[in-house]
Write a new protein. Structure first.
Length: 461
């Protein structure tokens, strides 16, 4: 069951109704049943991976709460090692053909993070197995994150939630925004990018460069859309989970970009990989080595293809080079910050080429055509930019891109559209706008129906 489906809307309505009808002390039991139903609706064979991860980390947490000294460290390493082997089993040849449980890359990191926090003494072991199962399998986040931290989610599960109109309203707003990003923006952009990359040998370099820029927008709208849906669904149930994106394409450096992009994963890697390796505490050379290892791990986490490893390595190199360049305070200088933002986007988009390509060979072939078969005349012909869409559709997509970046600009300025609307716009007008937008999204969904269902990109990881 996908977060963006009519079946999920019905499922969500039932879950919310029963959730708030129950006493708070029993809500986690209902959430456990609902989360397992949601997850296993995709394939009951996913149960084995989920059960193993949940039981193994739950028992490890209890044992860590009792042990001490070397025994605790050995137990931690054993648990982490087994889970890494399980991830390798499902993600890499020759065992890749085995049915990989959906979302295992996300919920396994979430469960391992819990074990590490217990080992460090930051939280006490969760003794209720049902409540812990909800933490691992929480249905809004189980398939593609955001990856939750035990100190943040477990206390909320213990306390339960009461109906809060403001949270429900905010959650519905997030659901609407997520639908818009995915259905109206990411899906059509994805078909354009697929058209260009699927026929790259016959495409001029100018068109391939345009497609690569569009892919940066597509990937952002796709994953930020999923994150908005997950956060919105959790809010409607009364739970607060952290943001996963904070205007990443407004970053002024690659380092700043990684503080804004896929925050739950980048912070997980920082806290549980980079810092344990030594972080920046053991000299510059060790620091740069730790950065390279962390980003290579990020590449391996995304997939077994060499292109993902190259993508992670490129970002590792960016981090090392940034560390070697003296910092300059650009605050107050809009032009300087804008130039840095454009350069950062270009560097990130160059790396996205390897992320999107089916292989390293294809990535270099596309790069070769961009550099040596650019065909400048193609830039003056609008047909080169259509890639399977009509001129009207392209204009609407460009208007949508402007809207997405305008909203991000407002958020960058700490201006909340939701808050502004709640304060300044009468409820009748506000809800009319919500209904019109919802109907518009449904019309786009129905119009695109039959062109192939587009799943969220990060469900593959």
């Amino acid at each position: 069951m996908a977060l963006l489906s009519f079946g999920f809307l019905f499922f969500m309505a039932v879950v919310v109704a029963v959730h708030y009808a129950l006493p708070r002390r029993f809500q986690y039991i209902w959430l456990c049943l609902a989360s397992l139903f949601y997850y296993l609706a995709g394939d009951v064979r996913y149960f084995a991976g989920m059960a193993f991860c949940t039981v193994a980390t739950y028992v490890t947490g209890l044992l860590l709460g009792r042990g001490d000294g070397r025994g605790k460290k050995a137990l931690l390493f054993s648990c982490m090692g087994v889970h890494i082997l399980v991830l390798l089993l499902f993600r890499y040849p020759p065992a890749k053909s085995v049915l990989a449980p959906m979302g295992i890359s996300f919920y396994a990191l979430q469960a391992m993070g819990y074990v590490i926090e217990v080992y460090r003494g930051n939280i006490k072991p969760e003794r209720n197995p049902v409540r812990y199962a909800v933490y691992v399998a929480f249905f809004p986040t189980v398939t593609s994150g955001p990856i939750q931290r035990a100190p943040g989610l477990l206390p909320q599960l213990r306390e339960g939630t009461d109906f809060d109109y403001d949270k429900v309203h905010s959650g519905l707003y997030m659901l609407l925004w997520g639908c818009l990003l995915k259905q109206v923006m990411a899906n059509p952009l994805g078909r354009m990018v697929d058209h260009a990359y699927g026929n790259y040998a016959d495409m001029p370099g100018a068109a391939l460069l345009w497609a690569t820029v569009l892919y940066a927008v597509q990937l952002y709208c796709d994953f930020a859309g999923y994150s908005a849906l997950a956060i919105g669904a959790a809010k409607i149930l009364g739970f607060d989970i952290g943001r996963n994106f904070e205007q990443p394409y407004f970053a002024a450096s690659v380092r700043d970009f990684w503080k804004r992009w896929h925050i739950s994963l980048s912070s997980w890697l920082k806290d549980y990989v980079y810092i344990p390796l030594g972080g920046n505490r053991k000299g510059k050379c060790r620091k740069y080595g730790n950065l390279m290892v962390t980003f290579l791990v990020s590449g391996l986490w995304h997939g077994s293809g060499l292109n993902y490893l190259v993508w992670g390595g490129i970002h590792g190199i960016y981090q090392v080079l940034e560390g070697c360049i003296p910092r300059r305070d650009g605050r107050g200088c809009a032009a300087y910050r804008m130039v840095r933002g454009v350069v950062t986007f270009a560097l990130v988009d160059f790396a996205w080429l390897f992320f999107r390509a089916d292989s390293v060979e294809q990535a270099f072939s596309i790069l070769h055509r961009i550099l040596f078969c650019f065909q400048f005349k193609e830039m003056t012909y609008y047909g080169s930019y259509l890639m399977g869409r009509t001129k009207t559709e392209l204009c609407l997509l460009l208007a949508g891109i402007v809207l997405v970046f305008f909203v991000d600009f407002l958020h960058e300025r700490r201006i909340s559209i939701e808050g502004f609307a709640a304060r300044r716009i009468p409820p009748v007008v506000r809800w009319t706008a919500y209904i019109v937008l919802t109907l518009g999204i449904l019309l786009v969904t129905l119009r695109e129906f039959g062109q192939g269902a587009a799943s969220f990109i990060y469900t593959r990881f």
